[in-house]
Design a protein around this ligand. Structure first.
Ligand SMILES: [Zn+2]
Ligand SMILES: [Zn+2]
Length: 385
C-alpha cells in the first residue's frame, strides 16, 4: 500500500510511549518552529506546520491514537488510499475478496477503500486548515474579536464549482458513464480477476468539460486568501487551539467544509505572568515601607487595587487577591492574583545618608533581627563553637 505520509510520532519527534504531557510539549515546540508567522512565505514550513497539526490532532485523541497505533494512517484517515489523481490504491480489486473484505470492513467501519470504487460524484468533506492568531495578554485573558487572514480552498463562484465556463455545463464522461472508473479483466496466478482502474478519458472525474471556467481553469475550486472573523473566548492561553467548524477548505460535491484550526500565541506581559488562570506579579517596595508598613497600589487586570502591607513585611512575602485572576475558559469564575513583595535596597547614598543609617543600625538589637539571630545560632551549633 503506497504510503507517502510520514509517521505521526516521527513528525512530532516523540516515541510511541510518549505521555500526553510530553506530546503536548513536543507539539508546541514544533508548532512554534514552523509557525507561518515566524516563517513568512516559506512553503516548506507551512507544509510542516500542517503536518504537525495533523499529527497532533490524531495523537492527542485517545481513540484516534489507538486506531493509528493499530492500523497506521489507514486507521484514521477516511480518504486514505484515495490518493491524488486516482493513483495509489485506486485500482483496487472488485473481485472476490472473500473473508478479507469482511475483515477490512470491520476494521474500518466500512469506510475502507476510499480508493476502490470511489464515486467521483460522492460528497467529500473539505480538508482541515490551520492558521494562527497573535494576542496580547489582556486579549487572551478577557476575550476579543479578531480578523485573521486565512488561505483556503473554496468552490469557484464564477462557475458555481462545476469547472465549466459560465453558461455551459460539464458533460457526463461517455467512457465511464460518470463513474470515473473502468473495468478491465486480468489473468493472474489466482485466476481471472476483474479490476477497476481510473478512467483515462476523464481522469476519474466522471465529467468532461469542453470549455473550462477561466477563473478556476476548470478545477471548480480556487485557493485564495480571505479575512476570517474569530471570536476569541476569554481565558484562552498560549499554545491552545481554537477549532472553527466549517472554516477550512470547502467540501467537494456538496460535502461539508473542513475545520479551521487556529493556534493561539499570547505575547508576554511586562508586569503579569500567568499560570493556568492565576496571575502573578512582583511589586518592589522600599525597605522603609517594608519596615513601617504602607498602603500600596497593585495593578490587576480589572484596574488598580489598594492593598495595605503590614509592618515588618519581608522580601518574598506573598499575598493573594481572590478572584482577580483570569476568566476560566468556557466556565464561570476567575482565578486569583498572587502578589510577591520585593524589597529594593537603596543605592547611591550620600555620605550623610550613610551616617544616618549606621546610627540607626547601631540602635537595633537582636530582637529586631530574629531571623538573623537564629541563623547565626545554627551556624555556631554546626561548627560546635
Ligand atoms: Zn470517464
Ligand atoms: Zn470556475
Amino acid at each position: 500500500m503506497a504510503d507517502e505520509k510520514r509517521d505521526y510520532y516521527e513528525v512530532l519527534g516523540v516515541d510511541k510511549s510518549v505521555s500526553d504531557d510530553d506530546l503536548k510539549k513536543a507539539y508546541r515546540k514544533a508548532a512554534k518552529k514552523y509557525h507561518p508567522d515566524l516563517n513568512p512565505g516559506n512553503a516548506e514550513a507551512e507544509k510542516k506546520f500542517k503536518e504537525v497539526n495533523e499529527a497532533y490532532e490524531v495523537l492527542s485523541d485517545k481513540e484516534k491514537r489507538a486506531r493509528y497505533d493499530q492500523f497506521g494512517h489507514a486507521g484514521v484517515d477516511p480518504n486514505f488510499g484515495a490518493g491524488a489523481g486516482g493513483g495509489g490504491y485506486g485500482g483496487g480489486f472488485t473481485g472476490d475478496f472473500g473473508d478479507l473484505g469482511d475483515i477490512f470492513s470491520s476494521f474500518f467501519g466500512g469506510g475502507f477503500g476510499g480508493g476502490r470504487q470511489r464515486n467521483p460524484n460522492a460528497p467529500r468533506r473539505g480538508n482541515d486548515t490551520a492558521a494562527a492568531v497573535n494576542l496580547s495578554f489582556e486579549e487572551a485573558a478577557k476575550g476579543c474579536k479578531k480578523t485573521i487572514k486565512v488561505t483556503k480552498i473554496d468552490n469557484c463562484k464564477e462557475c458555481g464549482g462545476s469547472g465549466a465556463e459560465k453558461g455551459t455545463t460539464p458533460k457526463t464522461c461517455p467512457v465511464c458513464h460518470g463513474t470515473g472508473q473502468v473495468a478491465s479483466t486480468q489473468r493472474t496466478p489466482f485466476g481471472v480477476m476483474q479490476t477497476q482502474t481510473v478512467c483515462d478519458h476523464c481522469r476519474g472525474s466522471g465529467k468532461i468539460i469542453d470549455k473550462p471556467c477561466r477563473v478556476c481553469a476548470g478545477k471548480g475550486r480556487i485557493r485564495h486568501t480571505v479575512e476570517q472573523n474569530v471570536d476569541i473566548p476569554a481565558g484562552i492561553d498560549d499554545g491552545q487551539v481554537i477549532n472553527l467548524r466549517g472554516g477550512g477548505d470547502a467540501g467537494v460535491n456538496g460535502g461539508p467544509s473542513g475545520d479551521l484550526r487556529i493556534n493561539v500565541n499570547v505575547r508576554p506581559h511586562p508586569i503579569f505572568e500567568r499560570n493556568g488562570y492565576d496571575v502573578y506579579c512582583e511589586i518592589p517596595i522600599t525597605f522603609t515601607q517594608a519596615a513601617l508598613g504602607d498602603e500600596i497600589v497593585v495593578p490587576t487586570l480589572d484596574g488598580k487595587v489598594k492593598f495595605t502591607i503590614h509592618e515588618g513585611t519581608q522580601p518574598g512575602d506573598e499575598f493573594k487577591l481572590r478572584g482577580k485572576g483570569i476568566q476560566r475558559l468556557h466556565y464561570s469564575g476567575k482565578g486569583d492574583q498572587y502578589v510577591k513583595i520585593a524589597v529594593e535596597v537603596p543605592k547611591e547614598l550620600t555620605k550623610a545618608q550613610k551616617e544616618k543609617l549606621k546610627e540607626f543600625e547601631s540602635a537595633l538589637g537582636e530582637k529586631n533581627y530574629k531571623k538573623r539571630k537564629s541563623f547565626l545560632d545554627s551556624v555556631k551549633d554546626f561548627f560546635n563553637e
